[in-house]
Design a protein around this ligand. Structure first.
Ligand code: ADP
Ligand code: 5GP
Length: 204
């Protein structure tokens, strides 16, 4: 069995990453979403163990000390981290894993030797649209919306470090593109299970 593929997806808050991920995961099999740990408080409708593992700052510090995270970062005044063991077990089982992490976390993984991943950046069409979407979602205070918009400008500068870019204008088209990227990564020659097929291809 071949090892699963790690998909690292980042976007400024409000760009539509959650929306596109849900759409893609509903159409592709053998792929799971890695549930991060965070010190942020749950938003209305968020469920512990489904959207995030919501934990205290003390617990987060303890997990850092125990080296439980594949990566972690402070984003918008809260800590977020990816559990190393949860991701590794799925990849070993041949299941693809999606990490929804910020640009700092993606930089850490890109600089981690021997860790292979496909990096996807989701961008809003422009910052005015981003602001409308953040307000339309209605989950953040005015102060938090301002902080997220300020961070968005810096996050957009990281887009060129990613393998793929999706400009999320129309939801359906963007979801189709995300599905296509996942399928294309699965079809990459070096991931094919048969070594013979790969060497034939090189020789001919
Ligand atoms: P993120 O996970 O990146 O923070 P969300 O998926 O929560 O963003 O989307 C933010 C808001 O924008 C939500 O209210 C969502 O319904 C809306 N949205 C997402 N994508 C689009 C789109 N292509 N066109 C219009 N609205 C969108
Ligand atoms: P939100 O609070 O809107 O759910 O997420 C805020 C930001 O934290 C998003 O950019 C999201 O991608 C990022 N994030 C969520 N989980 C993780 C994680 O485990 N690690 C890192 N580095 N960022 C994360």
């Amino acid at each position: 069995m071949s090892r699963g593929i790690l998909f690292v997806i980042s976007a400024p808050s409000g760009a539509g990453k959650t929306t596109l991920l849900k759409g893609m995961m509903g159409r592709v099999t053998d792929i799971v979403f890695s549930i991060s740990h965070t010190t942020r408080k749950p938003r209305r409708g968020e469920v512990d163990g489904v959207d995030y593992h919501f934990i205290s700052k003390e617990m987060f510090q303890q997990m850092i000390a125990e080296k439980s995270f594949l990566e972690y970062a402070q984003v918008h005044d809260n800590f977020y981290g990816t559990s190393l063991s949860a991701v590794e077990l799925q990849l070993q089982d041949g299941i693809d894993v999606v990490l929804d992490i910020d640009v700092q976390g993606a930089d850490i993984l890109r600089n981690t030797d021997s860790l292979e991943a496909a990096y996807i950046f989701i961008s809003p069409p422009d910052l005015d649209v981003l602001e409308k979407r953040l307000r339309g979602r209605g989950t953040e205070s005015e102060e938090l919306i301002s902080l997220r918009l300020k961070n968005a400008r810096e996050e957009m500068e990281a887009a060129s470090r990613y393998d793929y870019m999706i400009v999320n204008d129309m939801i359906d088209e963007s979801t189709d593109l995300l599905v296509s990227i996942v399928l294309a990564e699965r079809a990459r020659a070096h991931r094919l299970p048969s070594g013979a097929a790969i060497s034939n291809r090189v020789l001919i």
